[in-house]
Write a protein that binds this ligand. Structure first.
Ligand SMILES: *[C@@H]1O[C@H](CO)[C@@H](O)[C@H](O)[C@H]1NC(C)=O
Ligand SMILES: *[C@@H]1O[C@H](CO)[C@@H](O)[C@H](O)[C@H]1NC(C)=O
Ligand SMILES: *[C@@H]1O[C@H](CO)[C@@H](O)[C@H](O)[C@H]1NC(C)=O
Ligand SMILES: *[C@@H]1O[C@H](CO)[C@@H](O)[C@H](O)[C@H]1NC(C)=O
Ligand SMILES: *[C@@H]1O[C@H](CO)[C@@H](O)[C@H](O)[C@H]1NC(C)=O
Length: 457
């Protein structure tokens, strides 16, 4: 696209100049396709550090020139001068050049004064290397807007604090699926323009620095799959623009801070696989934009909060394996946009609220491994719609209306007898059988037989 525009620019400019701008005709066209010699030298050094794909210097004596430019590099004409400048480097994703096995992090990228975006994908996979800044420091520091280092398993060490203090224009920082370790430096607060921060799938440890929450422009924050410890500071409430928060799969502990209720733009929140516990704050009800609340595997040890039912846009609510007790609030039936409700493997008791059957968008409902009881409130239309995505198994006391009895084998629950109590224990079918359980198996066979009979009628 850019090349195409450049082409148009090049083919139109002389004509334009010749008719309206005679005084510059001698200056612009010949200079336009050339690069500053030192910038060109830096670019070749970077290419040679990363790729043995081609003999860059001989194959591309003028790499920015539209007719000879290579995939993986983008150039733009300077505003202040008539040279072409490297603005984007993209390695590892075809058709862009891939990286050689001995590729190491090219610290010279910070010397390219007009560089705006850098993408290194699966670039550092064999040779250990660290994110480093060359001794001469940053030249292009004020121009870089996006730095994306994804899926580089040989990228180790910490992110140098120097990087944070120098890249004042950076809007997107992705260092994901690498082997970055150490703590997140408080200096990160200096990335004043940052909109997206993704440090997921690394080996970061220590606490989340409070300074991180000074980045008021943040829209996306993903620190998932690290080893971060401590609690979530209540200054997180300062991130009023935040739409995505993913802190899942860390070692975070403590309660969920009530200031989370100030994140009124939040659409996606994932806090799964941590050590969060205790009552969720009532302020949670302020998250009126929230569509995804993913919070499996935390030792919460509380009742299911009714605040969840005040999140009108909620589509997915996942709270499995989190030691929730008490009943499923009847008010959950207000979540009219809910598509997925995962409450399996908790200690929930009582009946399944009638209103759950009214959730017209739901297609995945897992209530297995609880202590729910009573008649299942779903009609055959509902049962048919969810099919295999409905799991009510391993709830000793749930039973099915005889009218839907043909579904009972599939659901792993029994038919209720006339007074709405169960006949036998189907749940024993899924446990390993011992000789001492022959009697129980006998009862289950009776149930199965009954199911069969009822389905015939
Ligand atoms: C040269 O062009 C500029 C605009 O591009 C104009 O402002 C200036 O007056 C011109 N000078 C002469 C000598 O024509
Ligand atoms: C449910 O989702 C639809 C489409 O995404 C949206 O237009 C509607 O406002 C949502 N309902 C509520 C109660 O927010
Ligand atoms: C379910 O929906 C029906 C029909 O819209 C309504 O009459 C009933 O009160 C609802 N039940 C619950 C528990 O919300
Ligand atoms: C429900 O959860 C259980 C326990 O985690 C899991 O084994 C089962 O596959 C889930 N069922 C469905 C339909 O998602
Ligand atoms: C049905 O439930 C009633 C009340 O709990 C009980 O007395 C009866 O034995 C049950 N019937 C069968 C066939 O299990």
């Amino acid at each position: 696209m850019l090349i195409f525009l450049l082409f148009i620019f090049l083919s139109c400019t002389p004509h334009h100049i010749s008719t309206t701008n005679h005084n510059q005709t001698h200056l612009q066209p010949p200079m336009l396709a050339t690069m500053d010699p030192s910038e060109l030298q830096t670019l070749y050094n970077i290419m040679e550090t990363l790729s043995s794909d081609r003999k860059w210097r001989t194959t591309y004596p003028n790499p920015c020139k539209p007719s000879s430019s290579w995939a993986g590099i983008e150039c733009k004409p300077g505003v202040a001068d008539s040279h072409l400048h490297v603005t984007r480097l993209d390695f590892g994703t075809p058709p862009n050049p891939n990286c050689k096995n001995t590729a190491t992090f090219p610290s010279q990228i910070f010397q390219l004064p007009y560089l705006q975006s850098v993408f290194f994908f699966q670039c550092f996979t064999k040779t250990k290397t660290t994110i480093s800044v060359s001794k001469t420091g940053f030249v292009g520091s004020t121009s870089l807007q996006q730095l994306s280092l994804r899926s580089n398993p040989s990228l180790v060490g910490s992110i140098p604090a120097e990087l944070f203090s120098s890249l004042s224009s950076l809007q997107i920082l992705t260092v994901s699926q690498c082997r970055i370790s150490g703590t997140i430096s408080p200096e990160i607060a200096k990335l004043k323009s940052l909109v997206h921060l993704d440090l997921s799938y690394n080996q970061l440890n220590g606490a989340i620095p409070v300074e991180l929450f000074e980045l008021r422009e943040l829209v996306g924050l993903d620190l998932s799959y690290n080893s971060l410890t401590g609690s979530v500071p209540n200054t997180i409430g300062q991130l009023g623009m935040l739409q995505k928060l993913d802190l899942s799969s860390n070692k975070l502990t403590g309660g969920v801070t009530k200031s989370i209720g100030k994140l009124s733009s939040l659409v996606f929140m994932a806090l799964s696989n941590n050590g969060f516990h205790g009552k969720l704050p009532v302020e949670l009800a302020n998250l009126k934009e929230l569509e995804y609340l993913i919070m499996d595997n935390n030792p919460m040890s509380v009742e299911l909060p009714i605040e969840f039912s005040q999140l009108p846009k909620l589509q997915e609510l996942r709270l499995a394996n989190s030691d929730y007790s008490g009943e499923i609030p009847a008010s959950f039936s207000r979540l009219s946009n809910l598509t997925t409700l995962s409450l399996q493997n908790n200690r929930l008791t009582g009946n399944i609220p009638m209103g759950i059957a009214n959730l017209s968008h739901i297609y995945h409902l897992n209530l297995s491994k609880n202590s729910l009881s009573g008649e299942i409130p779903f009609d055959s239309g509902f049962l048919k719609r969810l099919g295999k995505n409905l799991d009510l198994s391993e709830n000793g006391e749930l039973c099915l209306n005889p009218l839907q009895a043909h579904e009972c084998a599939k659901l792993g629950v029994d038919v209720c007898n006339r007074s709405n109590t169960r006949v036998g224990s189907m749940s024993s079918m899924v446990k390993p059988l011992k000789t001492s359980q022959v009697m129980v198996v006998g009862i289950s066979r009776v149930t199965l037989f009954l199911c069969f009979l009822l389905s015939v009628y």
